[in-house]
Design a protein around this ligand. Sequence first.
Ligand code: ATP
Ligand code: MG
Ligand code: MG
Length: 387
Amino acid sequence: MDKTVGVLGGGQLGRMLAASASLLNVKMVILDVGDHAPAKQIISPLPPLAHIEGSFADPEKVWELAAKVDVLTVEIEHVNVDVLEQIEKKTQIAIHPSPQTLRVIQDKLLQKEHLAAHGVPTPRFTQVASSQQAIVDAASLLGLPLMLKSRTLAYDGRGNFTLRSLDQASEALSFLEGRPLYAEQWAPFVKEIAVMVVRDVQGSVRSYPAVETVHENHICHLVLAPLRTADPKVGQRAQHVAEEAVKTLSGAGVFGVEMFLMPDDSILINEIAPRPHNSGHYTIEACLTSQYENHLRAILSLPLGSTSMHLPSAAMLNLIGTSSEMQEITRASHGALSIPGANVHLYGKAECRKGRKMGHVTIIGESDAQVRERLRALLQYVPSSSP
Ligand code: ATP
Ligand code: MG
Ligand code: MG
């Protein structure tokens, strides 16, 4: 491939994108802090190209990256959008997804307003000022429990506070101190589901099968693929909702669409990630073309690959730190190596921390029953987790 891709962010998603890039012989330059960012460890650009040391929020560093590449993409949405807009205006470099899409998505309130304006179903929401009275007003509008969320810089639920009673308002304000807020109506979902959608440069979309995502403490813990529901049409409806939502955004690449399946079988969108997504890791082993390869194909104007699963069942368990003790992760990954159909992914992070995603294991099998049995075997090595 003759084009060089520049990636803002060098975490585990960038690392898996780099693994796909190496198979396609796509040249890749990573911008992130640290020489040993997970993505930088596994792909090295041919000299004179080199990875860039610095932040994806630093305009100078983003320009430095742009100067070396033909296409820019992101593995995280919390990047400097102003500088991407300048690069879009002043150069021929393709930027996927578009800076406009990133701007809408990185502010969760703007994202919800955008979706609502396009008729995409979401939980009800309202803007909230940082005061106890504003929280009380939001709760009287949307009810309790109330989901208070930071509009910006949210990930792994770290910007969320579940307000169960009004006397928690001051606790919520100190937990979310200094962050712009909005509130969402509590969604009493039956299941959480996700669909990866890939969009090509012409704007046509195709989606991966719907999956069930199980969260613990607001962090994605387990993914079961494909989604199983009493009504088999739910998965197709989820794909349709996700595709329609992604069509309202501009730019190519993979989008991870997180949704709630409600008791009446309706589907609401929780949020959209403008990049490959944790709940799509399973596509590496279980689908004809992984989300990472399809992301590259999309942003490089290459034909998209099939999004079908090539086996009946898969599960993905995140290996999440419970302390600074790396040994727990080592134990779980070693245990997984003795389980048939289990594929270990370690991200090469130097330090383990509570709540940090250190790796994952994807289990594949010939039936749900076989995958569940293998998952049970794996969970013996992961003491803190229960599906
Ligand atoms: P991510 O790591 O997915 O980016 P995030 O920090 O952006 O996470 P959200 O996806 O907004 O956080 O919320 C995290 C989890 O909290 C959801 O997956 C869901 O389990 C729960 N949650 C979020 N919003 C609601 C809601 N309105 N009602 C009920 N539960 C919710
Ligand atoms: Mg999010
Ligand atoms: Mg989320």
